[in-house]
Design a protein around this ligand. Structure first.
Ligand SMILES: Nc1ncnc2c1ncn2[C@@H]1O[C@H](COP(=O)(O)OP(=O)(O)OP(=O)(O)O)[C@@H](O)[C@H]1O
Ligand SMILES: [Mg+2]
Length: 289
């Protein structure tokens, strides 16, 4: 993945070994990992700071709690099922409208109750968290702001910001596609759009390893757009980073249709693909901090 970054600046590209040895191990103490590896804990920290996060509707920690699954879940119209300790968008199910026998997904395919229950049991068994037992989180489904909605309406685009020593240093917008099931993760075939953090302008877009200028499904232009609320987004990263004793982090935020900037979760080992997306080496920027 790192190979296809702009030629000529290879010394400035951060590779996975150097990221781990020089940035993650010295700056991210293992004992603090759970503050960000567990999405429920991260949301608590952020909420205590007054930072908006998606509301948690229900949590399932044990198979016995699944006996009344259908009755508990029925109370909610739109929600997301996700593993508390998941990564890469694995195990996340975004639920759309309710039907007589269950729900629909973002592309209006039926999702019967038994499928949702199965998803929750897989999460409990650790299918998405390296085999460790996990908690299933049922959280509020966030609907995108008009800016994000124009780019792609079925799903939620998010904004990934890399922060080092409490300073936001690199960012990208991630946009879902018809292949990504409403999720924006590049691993789920979302589009990465590099941002100039000083202006919020989009500078380059990458999809399935290739540069593009328009969204493949909506045909919306992706370059030279101005992401709204860039200052507020960076402020959220700074406020939260100051409270977390981990100094190399990847923040995932979004723009909620009513509330505006919102924090979704944080990563202690953020991926390096952002360098291909922004066409910039992380080392170059890290050295300046
Ligand atoms: N509450 C929500 N409402 C709507 N969509 C959501 C919600 N939470 C997550 N998503 C979608 O799922 C994607 C992945 O979510 P999240 O970042 O929580 O998962 P992850 O597995 O930790 O991903 P990664 O490790 O790549 O950051 C988001 O980019 C977004 O598109
Ligand atoms: Mg994420």
């Amino acid at each position: 993945m790192i190979d296809n970054i702009l030629t000529g600046h290879h010394s400035e590209v951060l590779g996975v070994n150097k990221r781990n040895l020089d940035y993650i191990y010295p700056n991210n103490g293992r004992r603090y990992f759970s503050l960000v590896d567990e999405k429920l804990r991260t949301k608590e920290i952020a909420a205590d700071l007054g930072v908006p996060v998606p509301r948690t509707y229900l949590t399932f920690k044990d198979f016995r709690e699944l006996i009344s699954f259908e009755d508990q879940i029925k109370a909610y119209e739109n929600f997301v099922i996700k593993p508390n300790k998941g990564h890469g968008g694995h195990g996340i199910l975004i639920i759309g409208d309710r039907t007589a026998n269950g729900y629909l997904d973002v592309h209006e395919n039926p999702l019967p109750f038994r499928k949702l229950k199965r998803q929750v049991s897989d999460i409990l068994m650790g299918a998405y968290s390296y085999g460790m037992n996990d908690t299933a989180v049922i959280e509020e489904r966030i609907f995108p702001s008009s800016f994000l909605m124009t780019l792609y309406p079925q799903g939620l685009a998010d904004i990934r910001i890399i922060s080092y020593m409490e300073q936001p240093i690199m960012g990208m917008l991630r946009i879902p596609t018809s292949l990504s099931e409403g999720k924006a993760n590049l691993h789920q075939r979302g589009i990465g759009v590099g941002l100039d953090l000083s202006t919020g302008k989009t500078i380059h877009a990458l999809y399935k390893g290739k540069s593009i200028t328009k969204h493949p499904d909506t045909h919306q232009d992706l370059i030279d757009l101005e992401l709204p609320f860039i200052k507020e987004i960076l402020d959220i990263c700074k406020i939260v980073a100051a409270k977390i004793p981990l100094k190399y982090l990847g923040f995932d935020l979004t723009l909620d249709e009513k509330i505006g900037p919102m924090l979704i979760e944080i990563n202690a080992r953020p991926g390096l693909e952002i360098q291909n997306v922004t066409q910039k080496g992380l080392l170059e920027v890290l050295k300046r901090v």
